[in-house]
Design a binder for this molecule. Sequence first.
Ligand code: DX5
Ligand code: ZN
Length: 228
Amino acid sequence: MAAQIYPSILSADFARLAEEAKAVEGADWLHVDVMDNHFVPNLTLGMPIVESLSRATDIPLDLHLMIEDPDRWAPQYVEAGAGSVTFHAEAAAAPVRLAREIRAKGARASMALKPATPIEQYEDILPELDMLLIMTVEPGFGGQPFLDIMLPKIRRTRELIAKHGLELWLQVDGGVSASTIERCAEAGADVFVAGSAVYGAVEPAAAVRTLREQAGAAIAAAPWACDH
Ligand code: DX5
Ligand code: ZN
C-alpha cells in the first residue's frame, strides 16, 4: 500500500476552511477532528461545518470523532459528506454494529484507540473495519509531541493485519512530522495524519509531498512491506 497523507484541519484557520483545503491540494484525504468537550477536553466543529466543507472541496473527508455516544452520531456524519468515519473504541457501545452501519451508509468504517487502549482485545473485530487509528498522542489537541511508546502497538497491529490477511489501513495521528513519520512507517503505519507539520509549513502542499515521499521510502524498506 502506498503511503497516504491526511492533513488535519485542526491546525488550519477555521475562518478560512475552504482556502485551507485548497492549500493542501494533492493530499489523499482531509482529516477533520470533531471534539465534544466531553470525550476530550476541547471543542471544535460539528455537522453543519462538515456539510459545508464537503461541498467546498474535492478532497474526501476523514472524520475523527472524539465524542461520546458515537453510536448515535457517527452515521449522521456519513450523510453530512464524510467518506470515512472513525469512532473511538473507548466511546462506542457496540463497535461492530456501528462499523456495519457506517459501511452500509457508504463510508469507510474506522476505529481509534487512545494510547492506553490495547489492540489485542479487538483482534476478532478487525475484519469489520476499513481502517484502524492508533493515537500517538492523547487526543484533544494539535501540536503535542509524538509518543514513541506507541511504536510497539503499531508493530503488533501490523502483525495482526498480516496474520488475518486483511486489507485494513493503519493510521497514526498525533505528533507526526518529518522527524517521526519514518519511525511510524517502519513500524507498520501506512496512513499518516499531520496537523502542525502541514499547516505550520510555509507551503502546506509541499509539506504533504515531502511527508509522503519520506513515508513511502520507509515503507518500501520496511520488513512488514517486503512481500507487497
Ligand atoms: C489530536 C487530533 C489530531 C491533531 C494532530 O487529538 O486528533 O488530528 O490535529 O495534530 P498534530 O499533527 O499537530 O499532532
Ligand atoms: Zn485526529
